[in-house]
Design a protein around this ligand. Sequence first.
Ligand SMILES: C[S@@+](CC[C@H](N)C(=O)[O-])C[C@H]1O[C@@H](n2cnc3c(N)ncnc32)[C@H](O)[C@@H]1O
Length: 208
Amino acid sequence: MRLRNVKDTDKILDSCSYLIKDYTNLKGKWNEEFQNNNPIYLEIGMGMGDFLYKMALKYPEINFIGMEKQSKVIVRAIKKYPQKLANLRIIRGDALNLKQVFAKEIATIYLNFSDPWPKIRHQNRRLTSAIFLNIYEDLFKNNKRIIMKTDNLTLLASSIVSLSKFGYIINEVNFDLENSDIYNICTEYEMKFRNMGIKINYLEGIKK
Ligand SMILES: C[S@@+](CC[C@H](N)C(=O)[O-])C[C@H]1O[C@@H](n2cnc3c(N)ncnc32)[C@H](O)[C@@H]1O
């Protein structure tokens, strides 16, 4: 994601009440952070955060955590958040380190328009590669649920294969989300693709 420089990035992040800096201290204790035992949904690569914020507004009985590795992108997201929501948190970091953050606490993982890494030699970097699915194993509380949206059919296909090999049941696949009955909140990338007339693919995998 290419961005212009955002002034005072660190200052803005330091004063952001959503951003959890010492999140490794919360491993296994996220219910204390939220002060409830509601399910926790994690979005990896939240980008500019529309989806996360609108989901948190719509579902106050679910706790939402957005993970993003780029500080400048997080700043863009929080600048757009008009009010503080009790069920929303953001963490800055790389999904490769998720085992240091959660222990059997997550109910659902969202992967919205993850980088497709089209070259075969980069396929391990896809957020649905076996490397990442292995990391996710220890994060989930009960059933494992991964929901993905993408414009990229190669990423979709490789994710179906990867999830299936890992024991996930493919619960839903849709090749035209906009014209489906699936409830949907758009992300920034999704709006961009829709405006270009590109169809959006949806995938849901579940593992017991
Ligand atoms: C293509 S953008 C999509 C952003 C947003 N989900 C959307 O749909 O508008 C992918 C985002 O994932 C983030 N990202 C990619 N790999 C990541 C990783 N391993 N850990 C955390 N964030 C990651 C990138 O920094 C980028 O902001």
